[in-house]
Design a binder for this molecule. Structure first.
Ligand code: NAP
Length: 246
């Protein structure tokens, strides 16, 4: 259970982030919901969290902006009283074959997916070190573990998150702050809804459990890593992918 804990989830208006925010609240946490463009969806998540009897705080912020990320962390900690759990979920894709990929496509994905994690960790870690406790959970991907044709930018960002996670875990472990990554397989959200049927069939053929994942599969892993039950787990990449990569 997460009774009395506080959390910030980035990109929590939609998809996996939304499910993580709702799951943490169901387990008893008060939650700051970060969004970038989806204000209405984020408000709906806040209303659901309040209906559970938990506190919800809405924070608009582009995680790629270092200063804005600092203000977001400050606001979350001030309004919730402290910050126990940070979930770096915000992420985008801009897929293209390597030889066709523009500099802008590469930079946008790295800025949001990888630098966005650095930006929030950089500021949240300060608070967590002072508290002598904290949980940081970063969303990587099976694509960051295996690589994927057409996703060089995305895979680089998600592999980078694994290195960032392990380094931060080593630096923060002595202060009782754990840092772990979740590497989801293919999960049914708006991000994967754009894939064609033939691509989906191809992916299914690579999944021993022969189904795409759902947002609950990922949220359960996040809730576990955020809990006291995971107190001795740090620097790990938890793969939640139906066996797609082992
Ligand atoms: P999604 O449905 O496309 O949602 C993306 C989320 O990221 C949205 O809430 C969006 O917020 C937020 N976001 C994007 N740019 C942002 C920015 N600059 N600042 C703050 N928030 C931003 O994606 P998803 O499938 O839920 O994926 C969530 C995470 O899991 C991502 O990191 C993704 O890479 C990872 N993942 C997903 C899968 C999958 O199969 N779906 C697999 C492996 C890993 P707004 O709508 O407010 O802009």
């Amino acid at each position: 259970m997460l009774t009395g804990k506080t959390a910030l989830v980035t990109g929590a208006g939609r998809g996996i982030g939304r499910e993580i925010a709702l799951t943490l609240a169901r387990e008893g946490a008060d939650v700051a919901i970060n969004y970038n463009g989806s204000a209405d969806a984020a408000k709906e998540v806040a209303a659901k969290i309040e209906a559970l009897g938990r506190k919800a705080v809405l924070i608009q912020c582009n995680v790629a902006d270092f200063q804005a990320a600092e203000e977001m962390i400050k606001k979350a900690a001030e309004e919730l009283g402290r910050l126990d759990i940070l979930v770096n979920n915000a992420g985008i894709t801009k897929d293209n074959l390597l030889l066709r990929m523009s500099e802008a496509e590469y930079d946008a994905v790295l800025d949001i997916n990888l630098k966005g994690c650095f930006n929030t960790i950089r500021h949240a870690a300060k608070l967590m070190i002072k508290q002598r406790s904290g949980r940081i959970i970063n969303l990587s991907s099976v694509s960051g573990v295996m690589g994927n044709a057409g996703q060089a930018n995305y895979c680089a960002s998600k592999a980078g998150i694994i290195g960032l996670t392990k380094s931060a875990a080593r630096e923060l472990a002595s202060r009782n702050v754990t840092v772990n990554a979740i590497a989801p397989g293919f999960i049914e959200t708006e991000m994967t809804a754009v894939l064609s049927d033939s691509v989906k069939e191809n992916i299914l053929a690579q999944i021993p459990m022969h189904r795409l994942g759902n947002t609950k599969d990922i949220a359960e892993a996040a809730a576990f890593l955020a809990s006291d039950r995971a107190g001795y787990i740090t620097g790990q990449v938890i793969q939640v992918n139906g066996g797609m990569a082992m």
